[in-house]
Design a protein. Structure first.
Length: 166
């Protein structure tokens, strides 16, 4: 099918692709504590990730973000979930959530923030970004080879996040 037949018109719903990566080491997960100077999620914990650049596939983008933000190369990254964030406008966001295991390497902090191996049983002790208390257990329950979860984030009339799984 040629590009002209792809049906790309500005009146169609579009998404901005992003990656989110959760690396485990034993019973801990690598989380990024956002820099105090960050516009979003300052001093809050989230996975590593970022935007998919033009010309990249989502796995390549995840590998690049992991190297840029944590200084890590993880060979066994796998897709654990795809989440569409309905922002109530066009475009929305598509988040491709990856998992992997790393026994080697020391994460290197970046301008994005500091990295910590957080014990999974202590997640409640950390200032997590809003969706992580729901998202992270669902992602950690996934196993390589299972189909990825399908999720939708949306906002209610009071601008509160709602999460549904497909």
């Amino acid at each position: 099918m040629p590009k002209s037949d792809q049906g790309v018109t500005l009146d169609r719903y579009m998404v901005i692709p992003r990656t989110l990566i959760f690396i485990t080491r034993g019973d801990a997960v690598l989380l990024l504590k956002g820099s105090p100077a960050k516009r979003l999620w300052a001093n809050q914990y989230n996975g590593v990730g970022g935007h998919v650049e033009q010309g990249e596939d989502v796995r390549t983008a995840a590998e690049r973000e992991l190297l840029e933000e944590a200084g890590l190369v993880v060979a066994d990254l796998w897709l654990a979930a795809v989440i569409v964030v309905d922002t109530g406008q066009n475009p929305g966001i598509a988040i491709y959530v990856f998992r992997g295991e790393s026994q080697d390497g020391t994460p290197v902090d970046s301008v994005e923030g500091t990295l910590e191996w957080v014990p999974l049983h202590r997640l409640g002790d950390y200032a997590l970004v809003e969706d992580l208390p729901i998202l992270l257990p669902a992602i950690m329950a996934r196993r390589s080879g299972q189909p990825p979860l399908s999720g939708r984030y949306a906002y209610d009339d009071q601008d509160r996040l709602t999460i549904t799984w497909g």
